[in-house]
Design a protein. Structure first.
Length: 453
């Protein structure tokens, strides 16, 4: 993939748009771009508006030019911004390939940025995470990763481990001298400090996998409580058949509902009733058997959901139905039919947490319900500032902590064993950003001590 040749690709999303971007990067990028651009090319770091000659046609556009190493890839790089017609973009790419450029492989522009020192591995992962982000939280976490926040958080602990290792290795080299560079107590203190920093980082972080998880929220209640009407109102389209006749919903229905910080899967199950016939299994009556199977399916969805929302009709004074788990939210529906307070229309036997009163027909209370669902599924606003780690980051940090734990146990056993464990910890931390090498350690030694006096 990284061969030092010149690569080109369409860098904008598939489909029509106001503008499309075609990139070319490598030693011949400027030359290939100059053959297509009509007029004078801008200076490095500049942009100009003009036209391109594509298959004999003059196409208006912008050209952005960057010289190595001050570009995204660290190489000479040119970007063409043209009208958002996929056919024009394809024709422009074919012209660049005919000139001698090679079609870029998946992720090759970002890979070149990494190998040329423009990004570390965590920032490169942030680019991929930004592209695939499906919610505001995912996008926010990806931007922090792409900005290098994880590398900055790890830098102090990496420096501490590296400096401790450097002191130990210099002490080993000068073991014949009557000089002490680092005592066992000092080494133990440094190891504990490094481990504490990593433990705190894990505690304050969330997993990208969790951010990408699509919360499953089940609407449950008695027949004709308004669950299907609410599903349609929140989804923004008619997903469920709505009827004043109780028991319209016979099977599980679901729809994606967009909230402020992401999508949730809202599930509408058949209405639940508690009658002697339900508990008896229905005997040989096929209708009762179907109803019992619907009930079992609905209760299974309740047990498997991330969150349960109990719906009650505002005028229903009966106690709430029994569920295998407590609801996270309670919604009082059809308030447009009543003028009484929510507390009074829910009846004396109604005991769950204060309900959110809504009318799916008039829209009253729907914004408040959306906000409550957003907090329930995505946490409070403090989650926006949490560091997001993927499985590779967590695995590397865990490996570093295990090595530090073994190092703490070896603190009094001799500097060689201790240095071995610290080297393992440093390698694990370095694998996160991809920027730790033996030369780094050597540089720390020479910058700290005047060896060879």
């Amino acid at each position: 993939m990284i061969s030092g040749d010149t690569i080109a690709a369409i860098s904008s999303a598939v489909g029509t748009a106001a503008r499309m971007v075609v990139r070319v990067s490598g030693p011949e990028a400027w030359e290939y771009a100059r053959r297509l651009w009509v007029g004078e090319m801008p200076a490095a770091g500049g942009a100009t508006r003009g036209g391109l000659s594509i298959r004999g046609m003059r196409v208006p556009g912008w050209v952005y030019c960057f010289r190595s190493p001050r570009s995204y890839t660290g190489e000479d790089l040119v970007e063409f911004h043209i009208p958002g017609n996929p056919l024009l973009a394809k024709m422009l790419l074919e012209n660049l390939l005919d000139s001698g450029a090679r079609s870029a492989g998946p992720g090759e522009f970002t890979a070149r940025a990494y190998f040329n020192g423009r990004l570390d591995l965590t920032q490169a992962e942030g680019v991929a995470a930004t592209i695939s982000a499906g919610s505001e939280l995912e996008l926010s976490a990806a931007r922090r990763l792409m900005a290098g926040e994880l590398a900055r958080r790890l830098a102090p602990v990496t420096d501490l481990v590296a400096q401790t290792l450097a002191l130990l290795e210099v002490g080993i080299d000068f073991s014949d001298e009557d000089v002490s560079f680092l005592s066992p107590a000092q080494a133990t203190e440094r190891i504990a400090q490094a481990d504490g920093t990593l433990t705190q980082l894990l505690a304050e972080s969330v997993r990208f996998e969790r951010l990408a998880h699509e919360p499953r929220v089940v609407l449950v209640g008695r027949p004709n409580a308004g669950k299907s009407t609410l599903l349609n109102a929140l989804a923004g389209h008619e997903r469920a058949v709505v009827s004043p006749v109780a028991g319209t919903t016979r099977d599980v229905l679901w729809a994606h509902v967009p909230l402020a910080r992401g999508l949730i899967r809202l599930i509408d199950v058949a209405g639940l009733e508690e009658t002697p016939e339900d508990s008896s299994g229905g005997g040989d009556d096929p209708h009762r058997q179907i109803e019992q199977r619907m009930r079992e399916h609905a209760l299974r969805c309740v047990e498997e959901a991330d969150h349960v929302v109990l719906m009650v009709e505002a005028r229903d004074e009966r106690p709430p139905i029994s569920l295998p788990r407590a609801p996270a939210l309670t919604v009082a529906s059809k308030i447009e039919l009543h003028t009484n307070s929510v507390e009074s229309i829910c009846g004396a036997g109604f005991q769950p947490a204060r309900p959110i009163a809504i009318s799916a027909h008039t829209g009253s209370g729907i914004p408040a319900l959306r906000e409550a669902l957003d907090r329930l599924c995505f946490g409070d606003t403090s989650a926006r500032s949490a560091m997001a780690l993927n499985a590779r980051h967590v695995r590397a940090i865990d490996e570093a902590r295990e090595s530090l734990s073994r190092a703490a146990q070896q603190a009094g056993a001799g500097p060689e064993l201790l240095a071995l464990e610290l080297r393992e910890a440093l390698d694990a931390l370095g694998s996160i950003s991809g920027r730790i090498s033996p030369d780094d350690l050597l540089g720390r030694i020479f910058s700290t001590f005047c060896i060879g006096k």
